[in-house]
Design a protein around this ligand. Structure first.
Ligand code: AMP
Ligand code: GLY
Length: 420
């Protein structure tokens, strides 16, 4: 099989790493890729949000199967264009991608599916939104309806912050994404994520994970794309996972099929768990980043078979071959992230690190220049390890982190603290 993966982050490096382990993969191209991905696969420049360009590229390169990493191409209909051209693709249609691209759409689906989630109201004007916040009081959560690169959610612990968020959103701080605003009840509990493949009809869990969104140790400081993750998430016990499947994921997928817009790809259910009850925080229509890195570390080469089965509508017969293992990834970021940071600082010591089925440094934002690896983004490396226990995975991951010689970077020392 000739395979094309779209994307350029640590998520796509881990997908490429897993896919390459499967003998069914004859040729792998990642577009646009990054310096780490280029060490294991071909990389190609391509505008991945342009469906026509992706279809032409796939046809020219005799691609049999396309895996879409990030949400933006999905929201812009790249999977639709590929399907129209008869090319097999893992990733939902633009209509089904609204589960991530529109928070009010997700709320509407939850209502129709009876899925437990935060109480909410939606607004297209600041006045009524401000009134609602004053009525409800804080804490309260204000969300821009559309895609805002992970920045459109304000968890306001006081009323003033919530009112300011409303003004920012309607003032255009998030462009078109803030034209509609969803205001939600603040949910308390412990957060974890459930990842489920769906072929439009059948669903299959491919694991649970917990991310660390705040930049600072002890979950303090600004929100980031994620500073580290581990899998499985102990808070999502088999019982609670079954409940989340029965009460949230299955009814959502059934509702999407009923509407004539079945979901095919990976559904990332962000859950808040309290007193044994999971409630939906949000859906994403792609693997999480860095959650994907720990899932791929555990799934290895079978990830390709599972994604392929989802794309071909054969998930009913697919099974995950689980090992009783744990994985952890520690994100190394450029100093200053998630604020402004320097690009181009040199990273040394990567060549001496182990690269095997238990240890791998995935590149999130790097570039190669004259034989050197340079930081080329905010989140730069995902140092990932697997072990028989979470403690073992953690020890291995941090041993590798310590061997990376990168004065321009930093990392959290407490990834996994909730579970250990
Ligand atoms: P994201 O949408 O990925 O930017 O993340 C939003 C984050 O805000 C979630 O991971 C939660 O930590 C938090 N959040 C979102 N909605 C709620 C809610 N209704 N109650 C409490 N926390 C929330
Ligand atoms: N790590 C959070 C996300 O991928 O949305």
């Amino acid at each position: 099989m000739n395979i094309l993966i779209l994307g350029s982050g640590g998520r796509e490096h881990s997908l490429a790493w897993a896919v390459m382990q499967n003998p069914k993969c004859d040729r792998l191209i990642v577009a646009p890729g990054n310096a780490g991905i280029a060490q294991i696969a071909e990389c190609a420049a391509l505008d991945i949000e342009n469906g026509g360009a992706v279809v032409s590229f796939a046809e020219e390169n005799a691609i049999d199967f396309v895996v879409v990493g990030p949400e933006a191409p999905l929201a812009s209909g790249v999977a639709d264009r590929l399907r129209e051209a008869g090319i097999l693709v893992f990733g939902p249609s633009a209509e089904a991608a609204r589960l991530e691209a529109s928070k009010s759409f997700t709320k509407e689906i939850c209502d129709a599916a009876g899925a437990p989630t935060a109480a909410y109201a939606r607004f297209t004007e600041a006045g009524p939104a401000r009134d609602y916040i004053r009525e409800q009081g804080a804490p309260i959560v204000v969300k821009a309806d559309g895609l805002a690169a992970g920045k459109g959610v304000i968890v306001a612990m006081d009323e003033a912050t919530a009112l300011e968020a409303v003004d920012d959103m309607f003032g255009g701080a998030f462009g078109g994404a803030g034209a509609e605003v969803v205001i939600e009840e603040f949910m308390e509990g412990e957060e974890a994520s459930l990842f489920v493949l769906c072929d439009g009809q059948n669903i299959l869990s491919v694991g649970t994970a917990q991310d660390h969104k705040r930049v600072g140790e002890g979950d303090t400081g600004l929100n980031t794309g994620g500073m580290g993750a581990y899998s499985p998430a102990p808070v999502l016990s088999a019982e609670i996972e079954a409940r989340a499947m029965d009460e949230i994921v299955r009814p959502t997928m059934a509702e999407m099929a009923r509407r004539g817009t079945p979901f095919q790809g990976v559904l990332y259910a962000g859950l808040m768990i309290r007193d044994g009850q999971p409630r939906l925080v949000e859906y994403n229509v792609r693997f999480g980043d860095p959650e994907c890195q720990v899932l791929m570390m555990r799934l290895g080469g079978q990830a390709l078979d599972l994604m392929h089965a989802a794309a071909e509508g054969r998930l009913g017969e697919a099974r995950v071959n689980w090992a009783d293992d744990h994985a952890m990834t520690v994100v190394m970021a450029a100093k200053g992230y998630p604020g402004s940071y320097e690009k181009g600082t040199e990273i040394k010591g990567l060549d001496d690190l182990p690269e095997d089925s238990r240890n791998m440094v995935f590149h999130a934002g790097t570039k190669a220049e004259g034989g050197a690896i340079l930081a080329n983004g905010g989140r730069v490396l995902n140092v990932t390890a697997r072990g028989d226990t979470l403690q073992e995975a953690r020890d291995r991951a941090y041993a590798m982190v310590k061997a990376v010689d990168w004065p321009g970077g930093f990392y959290r020392r407490d990834i996994g603290w909730r579970a250990l």
